[in-house]
Design a protein around this ligand. Structure first.
Ligand code: NAD
Length: 293
């Protein structure tokens, strides 16, 4: 039976390390790392994410501020908020909560964030550098970075391994594949048009699933002894639960845990790592902007 990779406790340890480092920065420089969040509209899920991010900042001593614009704001108004934070010396990280309302050009707005404050790592320049050998992105997207941290902090070697990423989104699949490659894995990407996805995934020593389809990756997709990182968060009906649903990953956990050597649970695997990496990126940004080692 697979070892359970406990993302919750690994994320907690990282948050503790960040809190110590934040106070070291405060003592040495007299500055407090700061995150600015721009939220447009009133999607309840987005509001919850923003609230959780602000709470997590507070808990480690990072300041956070939020600009909350109405759904019918103009693109100009959002761009104005971005420009203001780009030049605000108390802000070291800027996060645009996605998705933006349909009438806005998301690409334009995300790329307006200064690459030096792009703690989500979604600016094309940061992703482009991630894709190029010998170039260093200033930030790596949080969920992909969290997947790699889970592997390295669990003592799982990446170099030389066969890795398969299921999913090729800009936010998770593609950057996590690039990161694995940077860690010297041999990487394949399985996506919605792949022939024989099970057969290809079965070649992997490391599987990272980021699809958004509950239980897509079955036990027979997994090579015995492989390591499985499940990014998916999917709600499925569950009349026995109080809320009427429960959260499951993209991997069929009950099957995979009998075949894998290590696996992340959902919830409690990758999820908690994403916010920890946001804090880590914000701290790193403050240190870089003040030339502090
Ligand atoms: P997305 O919808 O943007 O991308 C899904 C990708 O999966 C696409 O590239 C698509 O080609 C691929 N795909 C779709 N059907 C497939 C199939 N049958 N076989 C193989 N590939 C297929 O989703 P996303 O933003 O990458 O998110 C993926 C999942 O991860 C979602 O469940 C999301 O909720 C979750 N997520 C979790 C975190 C976290 O913090 N843990 C962060 C981001 C996303």
């Amino acid at each position: 039976v697979a070892i359970v990779i406990d993302g919750k406790s690994i994320a907690k340890q990282i948050r503790n390390e960040i809190a110590v480092e934040v106070s070291r920065v405060k003592d040495a420089l007299g500055i407090v790392p700061g995150l600015a969040v721009i939220l447009v509209g009133s999607r309840p899920d987005s509001q919850t994410y923003v609230r959780n991010k602000k709470k997590a900042c507070e808990a480690v001593g990072i300041t956070s501020q939020e600009v909350h614009l109405p759904e019918d704001s103009s693109e100009e108004e959002v761009l104005t908020a971005v420009s203001r934070f780009n030049v605000d010396p108390t802000v070291h990280g800027i996060l645009i909560q996605l998705p933006l309302p349909k009438h806005m050009n998301e690409e334009k707005i995300v790329n307006a964030v200064s690459i030096e404050k792009d703690v989500d790592g979604f600016n094309e320049l940061n992703i482009g550098r991630l894709a190029m050998q010998g170039r260093a992105p200033l930030f790596v997207p949080c969920t992909p970075k969290g997947c790699i941290e889970l592997l390295t902090r669990s003592g799982i070697k990446i170099e030389g391994k066969r890795a398969v990423v299921v999913g090729r989104s800009n936010i998770v699949g593609t950057p996590v594949a690039l990161l694995l490659q940077r860690h010297n894995a041999t990487v394949s990407i399985v996506h919605s048009r792949t022939n024989n996805p099970a057969e290809i995934t079965r070649e992997a020593d490391i599987v990272i699933a980021a699809v958004g389809v509950a239980n897509l990756v079955r036990g027979n997709w997994i090579k015995p002894g492989a390591v499985v990182i499940d990014v998916g968060i999917n709600a499925v009906d569950d009349p026995t639960s109080q809320r009427g649903y429960r959260l499951v990953g993209d991997v069929c956990y009950e099957e995979a845990c009998k075949i894998a050597s290590a696996i992340t649970p959902v919830p409690g695997g990758v999820g908690p790592m994403t916010i920890a990496m946001l804090l880590s990126n914000t701290l790193a940004s403050a240190k870089r902007l003040h030339n502090f080692q």
